[in-house]
Design a protein around this ligand. Sequence first.
Ligand SMILES: *[C@@H]1O[C@H](CO)[C@@H](O)[C@H](O)[C@H]1NC(C)=O
Ligand SMILES: *[C@@H]1O[C@H](CO)[C@@H](O)[C@H](O)[C@H]1NC(C)=O
Ligand SMILES: *[C@@H]1O[C@H](CO)[C@@H](O)[C@H](O)[C@H]1NC(C)=O
Ligand SMILES: *[C@@H]1O[C@H](CO)[C@@H](O)[C@H](O)[C@H]1NC(C)=O
Ligand SMILES: *[C@@H]1O[C@H](CO)[C@@H](O)[C@H](O)[C@H]1NC(C)=O
Ligand SMILES: *[C@@H]1O[C@H](CO)[C@@H](O)[C@H](O)[C@H]1NC(C)=O
Ligand SMILES: *[C@@H]1O[C@H](CO)[C@@H](O)[C@H](O)[C@H]1NC(C)=O
Ligand SMILES: *[C@@H]1O[C@H](CO)[C@@H](O)[C@H](O)[C@H]1NC(C)=O
Ligand SMILES: *[C@@H]1O[C@H](CO)[C@@H](O)[C@H](O)[C@H]1NC(C)=O
Ligand SMILES: *[C@@H]1O[C@H](CO)[C@@H](O)[C@H](O)[C@H]1NC(C)=O
Ligand SMILES: *[C@@H]1O[C@H](CO)[C@@H](O)[C@H](O)[C@H]1NC(C)=O
Length: 607
Amino acid sequence: MIQFYSKLNIYFILFVALLAIILPSSESQKTDPKIQCQGVSKASDKNELIEYDVAKKCIESFPFDAKFAKDTIDATLHFVSNYYAFLDQANEEPPKGFTYQPVNIIKELESLYNKPFKSDYDFTAALRNTIFKLKDGHTRILNICYQNFVYDQNLTLYSVVTTDKEKNKKQVFDDKSDPSNNDCEVTEIDGKPALQAIIVFANNSISYLKDLGVRFNMALAPSIGFFSQQFTLREDFPETPSITYNLTCPNKSFKFERKWAITYDSAFENFCLQDISSSSSKVTALKSTSASSSKVTPLKSRSASRNKNNKKSNIKHAKLVTEDFYLVNNGTVGVAVITEENEKSTIYALADGLDKLNKLGAKKLILDMSNNIGGDIPVAIFTILLLFRSQQQPYLFPTSIKINDFTIPAIEKKFKTHSSDFDAYNPYSYLSFPSGEPFKNASDFIGPRKNLTSSLRLDILTPNDKQLLNNTSSFPWTSEEIIIITNGFCISACALITSFLSEFHNVKTISVGGFLDTPMSFSTFPGGFATSVNVIAESAGDPKFTDLPKEINSLLLTFSKSHDFDKKSNITTGILEYLFKPADYRLYYNESNARDPSFLWIDVLIF
Ligand SMILES: *[C@@H]1O[C@H](CO)[C@@H](O)[C@H](O)[C@H]1NC(C)=O
Ligand SMILES: *[C@@H]1O[C@H](CO)[C@@H](O)[C@H](O)[C@H]1NC(C)=O
Ligand SMILES: *[C@@H]1O[C@H](CO)[C@@H](O)[C@H](O)[C@H]1NC(C)=O
Ligand SMILES: *[C@@H]1O[C@H](CO)[C@@H](O)[C@H](O)[C@H]1NC(C)=O
Ligand SMILES: *[C@@H]1O[C@H](CO)[C@@H](O)[C@H](O)[C@H]1NC(C)=O
Ligand SMILES: *[C@@H]1O[C@H](CO)[C@@H](O)[C@H](O)[C@H]1NC(C)=O
Ligand SMILES: *[C@@H]1O[C@H](CO)[C@@H](O)[C@H](O)[C@H]1NC(C)=O
Ligand SMILES: *[C@@H]1O[C@H](CO)[C@@H](O)[C@H](O)[C@H]1NC(C)=O
Ligand SMILES: *[C@@H]1O[C@H](CO)[C@@H](O)[C@H](O)[C@H]1NC(C)=O
Ligand SMILES: *[C@@H]1O[C@H](CO)[C@@H](O)[C@H](O)[C@H]1NC(C)=O
Ligand SMILES: *[C@@H]1O[C@H](CO)[C@@H](O)[C@H](O)[C@H]1NC(C)=O
């Protein structure tokens, strides 16, 4: 549920080439990014658009380095096989409701050793796509050079359900970007039926989660940050320079071609043309002491274009109380729009907003947790306790961590030294499940299972959370008076909150969008803890690798898994990440509510 982007925050020292006296041959020029990327570099400096061919020439100019590729695969294999929490589950058939192929990730990674690659990008993309087969949003590889390109169609697509003359419902597309195209239906994309084109894209090219209906939503209407509008706003180099759309408008039908508007999100030279052959310049800004998995900043959008496309929607049918809190239905129903679980910004606003809704007399509460990018575990617990003050424990799902031969001595050592720093393999960072007691000794923590620790609780509120909870008067809303609505994109910490409220407090859930008459999850990738592998390796006292071989690539990995449990605290009921939990009710988008969620808030009242 937690992401580190520490590497992305490192400022690289610009490598200044001192001499350009030796003229390279034209063959080697083709693989000299300093020459091939001049156009990208210039455009990036001036914040200008980059032509598709200019971007392509640049990206393909970084030469394939067989030794580097081998070292990268070695390290990735090591990290995935030793720490990845879902190694076994990933290779099992998906439960009904999810859409993905089982993957033997070790075999897939090993197959990369023998493949020929034309360029470094070719290799990096293959590695990235291999990891993406896991369809686990917490686990991915990022390249700080290539991943800063942004490919934008500069338009937004929605899928709406319409009713024809015979009252049959039909799912179609509308393009709401260009005012002159308003109310036009997109019938074809690149010559294929539009609906099918988007489904294929969502199925094959969106890799963050296992429910195809939610991936379909992600392809279209905005979620936020990295995850927004994946079909029209891409993070990987598109196969074609443009996309063509057939539009059917009230008075005309036509076809138009839209080129990708390509930008580079940062200073290109700093991210791509530093001394890329050197690994000696490793910057170790990450200290395990600050690497608290429970206190990590959530995903942030790195891209102005992404933010641009995520303007706040119009809210017609609701009265604004305070930012993100509304009243609907003549003031009788409160709405809380919750988009992240970030410790610093969320808890005060949440406590204050709910308090205001209560004081204004809201009899019911709608939690709109669409497009929620997750965040910190304590905030998840805080949110649950704020709504349901019962002190009945545990407050959240238990988790467990993968262990192996070399992590056991590390755990034993940490137990002896009694470190209070949060750290993945420190028994003092957790309590035992379900009792909430501290672990008595290292073997108590390690437990009887071979490859997994005992069940762990990490449901500890910060002292500040506790105080704020105590300071906020409790709310009158019962389970029946609260309802959760999401577009399925409620990830990580958000998924834990909504799943817990649904399962243990019987709060009803509604999911919006997806495919007509197909059950859809209300939340996705609850996962477990995830962070970058250098942090995990340091915590584990890894004897072989400290990180991937170069700064340029960063691997994020889920190293713990959340377990479902029943009311008797029996945890053998499943791994959350692999449980399909459809919403109790469904709603669909139409022209109005796709742009203005307050239409949906009104709809909610019928349930
Ligand atoms: C999605 O892709 C999988 C292969 O990964 C395939 O088996 C399945 O039929 C596809 N589903 C749809 C709806 O396209
Ligand atoms: C569409 O055509 C009708 C009748 O020809 C006309 O009244 C209407 O104004 C046209 N609408 C647009 C958006 O051009
Ligand atoms: C899409 O547009 C092209 C070019 O105008 C046309 O040949 C094709 O028939 C159109 N398809 C549909 C379904 O209208
Ligand atoms: C995107 O569209 C807006 C409004 O139509 C326009 O002003 C802008 O220049 C476009 N940007 C790109 C990158 O095409
Ligand atoms: C809305 O609330 C006001 C004040 O309580 C009341 O006078 C009015 O009749 C209500 N309107 C509706 C449509 O319920
Ligand atoms: C560890 O603690 C457990 C629970 O108190 C106890 O049963 C066990 O004997 C202890 N093991 C060691 C090696 O001290
Ligand atoms: C534990 O890990 C070993 C080696 O990693 C593997 O062979 C074994 O099957 C695993 N056992 C279980 C119960 O998952
Ligand atoms: C709780 O209330 C006390 C007294 O009003 C105040 O001093 C303190 O700052 C509050 N704490 C939080 C976390 O809101
Ligand atoms: C909670 O607040 C009450 C007053 O409202 C105070 O008496 C009590 O000490 C507080 N408890 C904690 C744990 O801060
Ligand atoms: C826990 O659940 C499993 C699977 O449903 C069941 O076989 C087992 O008996 C349960 N254990 C307890 C202690 O309830
Ligand atoms: C769309 O659905 C909303 C309810 O969500 C309804 O109020 C509205 O009239 C519908 N709009 C259109 C254009 O069908």
